[in-house]
Design a protein around this ligand. Structure first.
Ligand code: SF4
Length: 67
């Protein structure tokens, strides 16, 4: 898995740069959740997407889901 926070650029010549994401550090990273064996940063972003999805849900669907 690539880490969204471990981004760097490889400079090639004067006008070109290659964007690179390094591999997840897992247990060596402070954001790694050992119990769930997952990245807290990525888990948080998924949770936020779920919240945004729920917030944009029409009121009728929310009411129907609650029944
Ligand atoms: S656990 Fe750390 S290294 Fe791995 S993806 Fe998350 S932030 Fe990046």
């Amino acid at each position: 898995m690539k880490c969204p926070l471990l981004q760097r650029y490889l400079i090639e010549g004067e006008n070109k740069a290659l964007e690179v994401f390094d591999d997840c550090l897992k247990e060596e990273c402070a954001w790694w959740e050992g119990a769930g064996k997952r990245c807290a940063v990525l888990s948080l972003s998924r949770q936020l997407w779920l919240l945004v999805g729920d917030a944009s849900m029409p009121a009728e669907k929310i009411a129907a889901a609650g029944k």
